[in-house]
Design a protein around this ligand. Structure first.
Ligand code: UDP
Length: 372
């Protein structure tokens, strides 16, 4: 195998896309570099795993373009891309394929790919729907996927379907599920002060669509259940984070912020909840709960029903339905045998279907297809 890969990611912080890329880049470390459009803990983590990293900070106008941003803001940010793209040109020329891991990275990778005449692979980790993006961003993504990418890797069938519904061509699309190393859950559980109550964990960045407020509402209906909420605002959702801090009953909910030791915290919980109110593209946190052998209660939308079979490998509830979530938590709290059965079946299922090895093999075969 040969051919050098330049991964491109916009984030300096750790979201699901970065957790996934960290494992992929470490696997290819002998023949890849990562280009980050923002500096932060992600660079440190990649470097700690022996991956070569370059940071090309984007100008404020580009950083400021958000999923809910206006078309005019996107257009006025375009000139700001020229200088970083010019600076990244020789790096792109030194690689054989560019691999975009996020939406802004896609734009940068496509410009770099066109300038340096290198094929682009796009790892699509978002649902391209109006719940997540402005329509012009969806149209742009589908256009770039069709016209500027050799292959599009979708992280679930739900994500792939959204690409096709947005006008994306199915012929270049490949579904590769996220995979997580099960051995990483052999860590000791984090120490959390407990007063004997059933403890649930909600992991993920604080954002309205991640639905932390749904858990707070459910807790009001589920006595004898306490919670830890792990994660912080990553992409400017500070107002929502402040609202969650204000609403949380601190005697029952601990807001732990972003934690690098998330897996040890997962192990400390009796159950894991997932509360996204818009379709989740994949939902690493769901698989992580399963790999830790914990029963999961997850919102049934997007890629989540591809991961969890209701009543067999976890419990599914309608997104945004605090009463259904409270009822599911009550069931688990009152039935340790059910927790054990769902936890064990969930772990078996996640190990069989969402292994790191399978994900790396899937990514590698797409990379080789393009290099050929
Ligand atoms: N995570 C973490 N520390 C935190 C909160 C979350 O390491 O404080 C990790 C979590 O374990 C998971 C990822 O962030 O691996 C979130 O991925 P997911 O696919 O659930 O959501 P995304 O961020 O991609 O929307």
């Amino acid at each position: 195998m040969s051919g050098k890969i330049l991964f491109v990611d916009q984030s300096g912080g750790m979201g699901g896309a970065e957790m996934g890329l960290q494992d992929i880049a470490a696997h290819f470390r002998a023949r890849c570099s990562v280009l980050l459009l923002s500096d932060g803990i992600f660079r440190e983590r990649l470097e700690a795993r022996g991956v070569s990293v370059r940071v090309l900070e984007m100008p404020a106008a580009v950083r400021g373009v958000a999923r809910e941003g206006k078309f005019s803001a996107g257009m006025s940010a375009l000139p700001g891309l020229l200088r970083p793209v010019a600076r990244g040109y020789s790096l792109a020329r030194a690689h054989d394929v560019l691999y975009a891991n996020t939406q802004k990275a896609l734009v940068v990778a496509c410009l770099l790919g066109a300038a340096a005449r290198r094929p682009v692979i796009w790892h699509l980790r978002d649902i391209l729907s109006l719940e997540h993006f402005q329509s012009w961003l969806i149209a742009l993504a589908a256009f770039l996927g069709n016209r500027a990418c050799a292959r599009v890797i979708a992280n679930s069938r739900a994500t792939a379907g959204s690409f096709v519904r947005a006008g994306g061509w199915p012929d270049r699309l490949r579904v590769v599920y996220n995979g997580i190393d099960a051995s990483e859950f052999e860590v000791a559980p984090a120490e959390i002060a407990r007063d004997g109550k059933f403890l649930v964990g909600l992991f993920g960045r604080l954002a309205p669509w991640k639905g932390q407020h749904v858990l707070l509402e459910a807790l009001a209906l589920a006595p004898d259940v306490d919670a830890i909420v792990v994660g912080d605002a990553l992409f400017g959702e500070d107002a929502y984070a402040a609202k969650i801090r204000r609403l949380a009953d601190q005697s029952r909910v601990r807001l732990l912020g972003f934690r690098p030791d998330a897996y040890a915290l997962v192990r400390a919980c009796d159950a894991i909840v997932h509360t996204s109110v818009a379709p989740e593209p994949f939902g690493r946190v769901v698989v992580e709960g399963m790999l830790a052998g914990r029963p999961v209660v997850a919102a049934a939308a997007g890629g989540v029903p591809e991961i969890v079979e209701d009543g067999v490998s976890g419990l599914l509830v309608p997104p945004g339905d605090a009463a259904a979530l409270a009822a599911a938590l009550g069931r688990l709290r009152d039935d340790p045998a059910l927790c054990k059965r769902l936890g064990e079946a969930g772990r078996r299922h996640a190990m069989a279907h969402f292994s790191l090895r399978a994900m790396l093999a899937g990514v590698e075969s797409v990379v080789e297809e393009v290099l050929r």
